[in-house]
Design a protein around this ligand. Structure first.
Ligand SMILES: [Zn+2]
Length: 181
C-alpha cells in the first residue's frame, strides 16, 4: 500500500472503484474524496470547508463554515477549470440521480448576469465563488457554441446550396414550410 499515490489506477469494479495501488476509494476522474476537497478549497481558499462523510454516487457532501453558520452542498469531480461541479439540494437525503438532475437544471437555468440581492432578511447559503464560476462557464459555453456551431451551420447551408442549387433550396424551404402550415 502506497500512501503517497498521485496517479490512481482504478479497479474494474464500477460500483466501488478503488485504486489498485493505494486502495483508496475513487470518484469520477479517478480522484479521491480528499483530492476533490482540495479542488473545492482551491476555488475559494478563504472559506473553511470539510467533507461531512456522506456520498451519493460520485457526489460527496461538503460543509462550508463561517463564524456563525454551516452550509451544505454537494460536489463531484468535473472536467472544467475548477475541476469540480457543485449543487445544493433541498432534500436532506437526496440520491445521486437526484443530485445529477438538480445540477443539470441549475446549469440550464443559471442566470447569465448576476441577479440583484433582494433584501437581507435571510442570508443565502451559497458557495459564492462557485456561483460566479458557474455563470462564467455558462457564458463560455454559449460563446463556444457560437464559435463552433455558427461556422458549421454556414458550412452546411453552403453545402446544401451547392448540392441542391437555388431551386432545390427553395423546394426544401417550401416543403419545410408546408409541414408547419
Ligand atoms: Zn492510488
Amino acid at each position: 500500500m502506497k500512501l503517497t499515490c498521485h496517479n490512481h489506477r482504478p479497479t474494474a469494479d464500477v460500483f466501488d472503484p478503488r485504486c489498485q495501488r493505494c486502495g483508496r476509494p475513487l470518484l469520477d476522474q479517478n480522484i479521491t474524496r480528499d483530492e476533490l476537497l482540495v479542488r473545492v478549497q482551491a476555488l475559494d481558499p478563504e472559506v473553511s470547508i470539510s467533507l461531512t462523510g456522506r456520498q451519493r454516487g460520485t457526489w460527496v457532501e461538503v460543509a462550508q463554515e463561517d463564524t456563525s453558520d454551516v452550509w451544505m452542498f454537494w460536489a463531484r469531480p468535473a472536467a472544467n477549470i475548477a475541476g469540480f461541479e457543485a449543487v445544493e439540494h433541498p432534500s436532506s437525503n437526496p440520491t445521486g440521480e437526484e443530485l445529477g438532475h438538480a445540477f443539470l437544471i441549475e446549469m440550464m437555468s443559471a442566470p447569465a448576469a448576476p441577479a440583484e440581492e433582494i433584501g437581507v432578511a435571510w442570508s443565502r447559503p451559497k458557495p459564492s465563488r462557485w456561483d460566479r464560476f458557474k455563470r462564467w462557464s455558462r457564458a463560455n459555453a454559449e460563446r463556444e457554441f457560437m464559435v463552433i456551431a455558427a461556422p458549421l451551420v454556414c458550412l452546411w447551408a453552403t453545402a446544401l446550396f451547392v448540392v441542391l442549387g437555388w431551386d432545390g433550396v427553395k423546394g426544401v424551404a417550401s416543403a419545410v414550410a408546408s409541414i408547419f402550415s
